[in-house]
Design a protein around this ligand. Structure first.
Ligand code: C2E
Ligand code: MG
Ligand code: MG
Ligand code: MG
Length: 285
């Protein structure tokens, strides 16, 4: 009956609501003190040039070990941080730490390395973003060209005048900008071609299933990026089959578990100083 089905759906709805919101409330409360309690760390995921195997950059990824909840996935806590505005202080911490480690990495390797940092849409629109980044670079003593900000298509497609103004200021500062998870959003190619953007990062979903359609999409993104004067990197590269495919499609760079999972800083240094580069010659052919 109507009564029964209504009852059933309300029960289901309430259950979803309460479990969701209680965990979210705990996450919010715990997040408030996470910086002060030293619960955040960064791990680093190396990126390689597909032609040479050389290290081309490193992505800083945030990890949170909450004393109350244990490890919480960034997919879960970043969303809460964005909803509550806590992403502003947390994101600032990430930028500062990433700049600090970028300089340490450059000293260890004896050459400049690009450090990529994820920027939430909430951070992108904050009025003092450029100031925060300028200060973090200065504080760390890092060259602006060593910092790359990863924004998503959703950011790039907001108020176009504002986006253009922000991106131009960042370009003038000298930092690089890439579009993360590219291909999953709804970006207007018209705007994209006008914005000062350095790199497209192909979303990992296009490699996960190797269909003709996905290969065609990857191929199109690569040639589109190149036509707009951008570099193209693929993430989610898990196998040498992926590596071969991307090389055949003329993609510039790769990031993925085929080389390593994201590593704590000291492990990253150990790996890079012992291996030197991504072992491309292991590619069977
Ligand atoms: P993302 O920026 O697209 O980062 C790439 C994610 O894909 C990372 O997950 C990385 O570990 C994973 N990944 C890379 N290569 C592979 C692969 O070959 N196979 C598989 N299965 N996964 C791979 P992670 O670290 O869990 O981060 C998830 C997302 O959380 C990030 O996606 C990013 O959107 C967000 N995030 C992480 N750190 C930060 C941060 O400091 N600030 C902001 N705003 N967001 C962050
Ligand atoms: Mg990213
Ligand atoms: Mg992302
Ligand atoms: Mg991504």
């Amino acid at each position: 009956s109507i009564k029964d089905s209504t009852h059933g759906s309300i029960q289901f709805y309430e259950k979803e609501m309460s479990t969701g919101s209680i965990r979210e409330m705990i996450i919010e409360n715990e997040l408030r003190h996470a910086i002060a309690k030293n619960e955040f760390t960064l791990v680093f995921h190396p990126q390689a040039c597909l032609e040479s195997g050389d290290l081309s950059g490193v992505e800083a990824l945030l990890r949170w070990k909450s004393s109350a909840l244990g490890m919480v996935s960034p997919f879960e806590f970043i969303e809460v941080a964005e909803k509550t505005g806590l992403i502003i202080p947390i994101g600032k911490w990430v930028i500062e730490q990433a700049c600090h480690y970028a300089l340490k990495l450059e000293r260890e390797l004896g050459r400049p390395v690009k450090m990529a940092v994820n920027l939430s849409p909430v951070q992108f629109v904050q009025p003092n973003l450029v100031e925060i980044i300028t200060n973090a670079l200065e504080e760390a003593g890092l060259n602006a060209s060593s910092l790359e900000l990863e924004i998503t298509e959703s950011v790039a497609m907001e108020d176009e005048a504002h986006v253009m103004e922000k991106l131009t200021a960042l370009r003038e500062l000298g930092v690089h900008v890439s579009i993360d998870d590219f291909g999953t959003g709804y970006s207007s190619l018209q705007y994209l071609s006008q914005y000062p953007i350095d790199k497209l990062k192909i979303d990992k979903s296009f490699l996960r299933v190797q269909t003709n359609t996905n290969q065609t999409i990857i191929k199109s993104i690569v040639s589109m990026g190149h036509n707009m004067g951008m570099k193209v990197i693929a993430e989610g590269v898990e196998s040498y089959d992926h590596v071969e495919l991307l090389r055949s499609l003329d993609c510039d760079e790769m990031q993925g578990f085929v080389w390593t999972k994201p590593l704590p800083f000291t492990e990253l240094i150990t790996k890079l100083t012992s291996e030197g580069r991504f072992p491309l010659d292991t590619v069977k052919n």
